[in-house]
Design a binder for this molecule. Sequence first.
Ligand code: ADP
Ligand code: MG
Length: 540
Amino acid sequence: MLQGTPILVLKEGTEREKGKGATSNNIAAARAIADTVRTTLGPRGMDKMLVDGMGDITITNDGVTILKEVDVEHPAAKMLVEVAKTQDQQCGDGTTTAVVLAGELLKRSEYLLEQNVHPTVITRGFQLALQQGKHLLEAEIGTPVKPGDDAILIDCATTAMGSKGVFGSRSELAKITVQAVQKIAEVRGGKTVCDVDQIKVEKHHGGTISDTELIQGIILDKERGHPRMPGEVSNARIALLNSALEIKKTEIESKINIKNPAQMQSFLDEEDRTFHKMVDSIKAAGANVVVCQKGIDDVVLHYLAKEGVYAVKQVKESDLQKLARATGGKIVTGIKELSSSDLGTAAKVDERKVGDDKMTFVTGCANPRSVSILIRGGTEHVTQEVERSLHDALKVVASVIEDGVVCPGGGASEIDLAVKLRKWAGTVGGREQLAVEAFAQSLEAVPWALAENGGYDSINTLIELRSAHDGPKANKNSGINLQDGKAADMWALHVIEPLRVKTQAISSATEVASMILRIDDIIASRKSSPPSGKGGDHEH
Ligand code: ADP
Ligand code: MG
């Protein structure tokens, strides 16, 4: 080691990269991710076929799904994947947009870095642009809507599903989506809240997408436990159990020494008594339906059938919780503790044939806010893509009902914000102004990609859109009409999005771009490769 120089002690095998090299390496990795998903943006975006380690395939256009599946190594690229996940959690939509914007911010930053603008100045400029951008979105670009404005809510759901592989059935799915979310909307502490996790989505392939239906109640992907049980129970009183109706197997393998037939008989009798007690407890509580998270012994099922009780076993924990909320029942652990006050109620529990399988429908629940959507579609790939589309649409409608603000899609909001921010940049001054202008330009990546994916000349489209947003005849709702690549009013084309999708996308894109720009040193301990003598501080 050199003497007199400060020594940073790093473990052998640690890789280190400093300064501009580190920054541009990070930017390149993040941009690679953005480029991967950019071609999927918008209704004309292409799909990606993902093949996992087991050879299973997923065909999708959904940014977050793609990024979740690809195995990303580079730490900066991983940060971009996180942006998509955050966007998904907050809005359910706009994941591709957020990632594309982050990639674009980094691309523009690279140019500024080359001009010797310091990363701190760039990030400060981005922050200023973000604050002003959010203000402009709320004050000038958004339009208020009421929770009962079905037409606009349906437009938002339709737009959210526009880029997914469910194109033909969008309007039916959009109606179902809006009805479902309106059902679960509730006012808590003076605010409207829509917890879409309350909506039970069940999918079953067979039939077509248009067979997808909204059910006022809960669907369980389970048939009744015994063919002699009633296929339908009216005025259902439902016991919800999360422990097994079986005889516990001892932890340590035990041997029961049976020496003669009498002993054998008494052992069996004992078992039978235990099963009887279980059924007696259920009868005593007054239940005519049993939903059990764990197993139910065949003998118990047989006795329950004799008593005319409808029982299902091996129900998912999350379904049991949804049922508890829907029926007003309490989940009980020990069957002995079951009492009539724990039972949930529903007008009807019945078994229905769905495709080739049977499912249990719990309808007319005590809680009117319980709804399920039963997704149908030709194949599993289709039902999966419908599920992803519905996930986006449900969250989109929920954000519109919660926030009560929407904005035009098709790149209209982004272009309008870009034009307004560019004008505002002059008031910022200094080198930060350059960053604000770069921010404005980055926003144009959205209409650019929409045009490019639609097969149109992006430059022409952008020029047309810019002029449509400026001057005396400016229309803030002008976006790209993907039928002809020309500027058109997005309200007239029913391309509407929640404002939250836009504010969240610019926020998380700015956050991750700033984070990546501030890194000037990558210190990575190599996992498994043997130390090669390289690394550490050897380039002095
Ligand atoms: P994201 O993951 O960001 O939601 P999408 O692939 O869903 O990406 O594309 C969303 C973009 O497509 C939004 O900018 C939206 O306004 C735009 N878009 C959706 N439908 C249309 C349409 N009919 N015409 C023009 N743009 C549309
Ligand atoms: Mg989308």
